[in-house]
Design a protein. Sequence first.
Length: 400
Amino acid sequence: MRGGADGQDAVAARLFRLSIGVFFIGGFVASSVGLLVPRVRLTLGLDYAAATQIQLASYSSYLVFALPIAAVVSVWGYMRAHAAGLALMAAACLLLVAGFASRAFPLVLASLLILSAGQTVLQIASNTVSTMVGDPARAAFRLNLLQGFNAVGTVAGPLVGARFIVAEDGGGSLLLPFGGAALLLLVLVGGFFASRGLLNGTASGATHTTRQAWAEALRDRRLLAGAGAIFAYVGAEVTIGALLTDFLMSSHALALSPSAAARLVAVYWGAAMIGRFAGAALMRHVVPPILLSVAAGTAVVLVGLAVGGTGLPAAAALLGVGLFNSVMYPTIYVLALPRRPEQATAGATILCMAVVGGAIVPHVTGLVADRAGLVPALILPGLCYLPVLLFAVTARRHTP
């Protein structure tokens, strides 16, 4: 065992520093992938339902791969699992560049599945180890702060992507955003592999999961309710992020050019960045369920204003949703995850599988948009915030 509180604090601090890079590049890649929806619509002439297959491919693997990946994490441990997940993401970024260069849409979708497999590893490993390693009372603060660095990446993604992914002449290149991401991912692979023994001998670093732990997880009502909330939240956030460029380009909102709309999407993710750092600070004074309930309730109202309004107010309302999205995922995750280390991997896997909402909700919204129009279709992601609000209210009753 690593010696004493000082040793545990040193482990937690080193892990936190490594995790900053993971959360940043995860946000950068995720928001850059969101810009691929308008890109394929512009260059390949696809409708909303077909274009949102980008999100279907990106997020479906959270359901498909979560169980086998949980088994890998259980055997390899958190640090080696990080290295493997980052390596998969790096390979997928390079394949994505090749797929767009050759205009091979099936290769694009295949690379997104590989990318999502890597992201699934990190969802299970990163969020869980960041929650479990360190002072339990500060877990929500810690994860919200890391999600702040994730949001820095989601802001950088559209700023870079506006020039290189959705260039108005149709000649934008994915080499800089996704090739650069691959390079940083490989650097992180080296960092985690070099630190593969960091959690050896720590109770919170244990990853072995028994059948009993799985059975207990599947009976945990708060965990299952949290999974439902994550399904709804991720579905709403991904849908709005993917369709926001088209919304800002529409006459209902600002009628912007593709690159101008893509740059403005950075405001959406920038609001999330501010909200995550602010949320981390507020966690010192406000209990997490209350903060979550305020955020979810406000998001419902803002989507309603975006649908019901026009012009700048409608655009501002939908962009403002990002601010209130900011605290949802890390807060739901911490409230829902079982505290016992032997149940953590099982619980994290169930929560990770719920991220498949990011595959289903955007695609269904795309189908509605093709039939009823983009603006009415946004009612669906707006309604998705209601299960988050219900979870927050329920969790508050069981929080001291």
